[in-house]
Design a protein around this ligand. Structure first.
Ligand code: PA5
Length: 469
């Protein structure tokens, strides 16, 4: 079970000047009663559909059967998707499969396929991927909830032609679409061309969808225990049924981050796991927090321009990159650490050479490392960094993960999703829409000549060609 250590959000555990006063916890607990009630009401009304992803028995059986049967015929899975249709899959692969998965031999991957996620349209990346992958051995999973996202559809057209060039009429057997059950261009294409499909539940938005077929299919194909993921997620949902704030970690995470922002101007929310395997999960979290909470208007239509800025970091690497700013820059941040209490690998730093005549002993500046482990050093660096930040009056909290397995990762993902749902209520915004990205999409359509968007193509005074050096 994941635990949240939150003491270092509080003034009496920092320098006595910065941080939230302990009494604020009582006020937040009272306010949380209303937040929980609102979330329950909205869940009842059909919002917050992601909570129900823990009850997908039939879907899980279907996906597992596909992964264990037909799925085994491929040695490369190529995911085409963007945003919420890609980041979660990346996070699962990094967290739950061996580091540098695609670089291992078949044996090293226990004969599960390689997995490539193309989440951009940069032609350099796309052409390199298609040059590297064997079209005869690939399963292409096109993921788009709307079934119409320009980037993913453009990728699809390119990849479909690449498959057809190599495989002719058999190309469709190398495709599976994950999309809305009824609507969108992908759904229509699937029906027309006889392409296998999986459904994204209509009440689950892209960035909340990693535990739906969006993430579960690619995960199962590379041998990740998807039952375990959902069991962990179920635990997070159960803990979030608690009405008492101090028994509800996701509620507390949201309440403290919101209060730090609202009361103390700490509107930069860093997620800094001390684990390379959670780097990608930090990027997934960044999208979840940013796209859900950054809004122009509140639920009741008032212009608020709300939203914390999430920052992804990783320990110890970012101690040599961003920590200087966290320690001495503006008091506008909360640092959310994550540590793995029982990592499944460690590496011993060799002990000093015996006192052998002729063997030069290590200089004292290196000798202190001898006999420790890399894991021990990583843990010491986390503890030292958290303490140093606290002494400097910088707020932080820590998610303690017992180990990195499917259960813990599923719990962590659901924990963050639930926390985001609560944070939406604290901030007073709708965490499930993203109206701010619409104008850019329309201008892209206009630039690419999509019918119906001609008016958007009018010359724009904001063009930056006029003032340029
Ligand atoms: O969270 C979201 O809703 C977005 O990030 C979407 O996932 C992203 O825009 C891709 O959308 P779609 O899955 O419809 O292609």
């Amino acid at each position: 079970m994941i635990r949240l250590a939150y003491g270092r959000m509080l003034r009496d555990r920092l320098d006595g000047v910065h941080g939230l006063p302990r009494a604020r916890l009582d006020e937040l607990a009272r306010r949380f009663a209303g937040v929980q009630a609102e979330v329950r009401r909205r869940r009842g009304a059909g919002e917050y559909g992601f909570y129900r992803l823990v009850e997908q028995g039939e879907t899980v059986r279907e996906i597992a059967a596909f992964a264990e049967g037909l799925g085994q015929a491929y040695d490369h899975v190529l995911v085409l998707g963007i945003g919420g249709s890609a980041l979660g899959t990346r996070a699962l692969l990094a967290a739950l499969r061996r580091p540098a998965w695609n670089e291992w031999s078949d044996d090293g991957r226990e004969f599960f396929p390689r997995l490539t996620v193309l989440d951009n349209i940069d032609p350099a990346t796309v052409s390199a991927a298609l040059a590297r992958i064997d079209p005869r051995r690939v399963l292409v999973n096109v993921i788009s909830k709307s079934g119409g996202t320009a980037e993913t559809m453009a990728q699809y057209l390119v990849v479909r032609a690449w498959l057809e060039d190599a495989l002719g009429a058999a190309a469709h057997r190398h495709l599976v679409f994950t999309t809305d059950p009824a609507r969108g261009a992908l759904r229509d294409l699937a029906a027309r061309d006889g392409i296998a499909t999986l459904a994204v539940p209509p009440d689950v938005g892209g960035r909340f969808s990693v535990l739906s077929p969006v993430g579960l299919l690619p995960a199962a194909l590379v041998g990740i225990d998807i039952d375990g993921l959902l069991a962990g997620a179920r635990q997070a949902v159960e803990r979030a049924e608690a009405d008492e704030l101090l028994r509800n970690p996701a509620g507390l995470y949201a309440a403290l981050h919101w209060a730090a922002d609202a009361d103390l101007g700490a509107r930069v929310h860093v997620f800094m796991p001390y684990s390379d395997r959670l780097r990608e999960l930090a990027e997934w979290y960044r999208q979840l927090w940013a796209e859900s909470l950054g809004k122009r208007t509140s639920r009741d239509g008032v212009e608020v321009h709300a939203g914390p800025t999430p920052v992804a970091a990783v320990g110890a690497t970012d101690q040599h990159s961003q920590l200087q700013l966290f320690m001495e820059g503006p008091y506008d941040k909360v640092i959310g650490f994550a540590v793995v209490e029982e990592p499944d690998a460690d590496v011993r730093i060799p002990p000093p050479p015996d006192d052998v005549p002729g063997v030069t002993p290590l200089p004292p500046d290196l000798a202190y490392l001898s006999g420790h482990t890399l894991g021990g050093l990583l843990r010491a660096e986390y503890a030292a960094t958290a303490t140093a930040l606290a002494r400097a009056g910088r707020m932080s909290c820590t998610l303690r993960l017992p180990r990195l397995d499917a259960g813990t990762v599923g719990e962590l993902i659901m924990f963050f999703q639930i926390a985001t749902g609560y944070a939406g209520v604290f901030y007073g915004v709708d965490p499930f829409d993203q109206p701010g990205v619409e104008l850019g999409k329309r201008l892209t359509y206009a630039a690419m000549g999509r019918p119906g968007y001609e008016r958007d193509a009018q010359p724009m005074p904001e063009t930056d060609d006029a003032d340029i050096v």
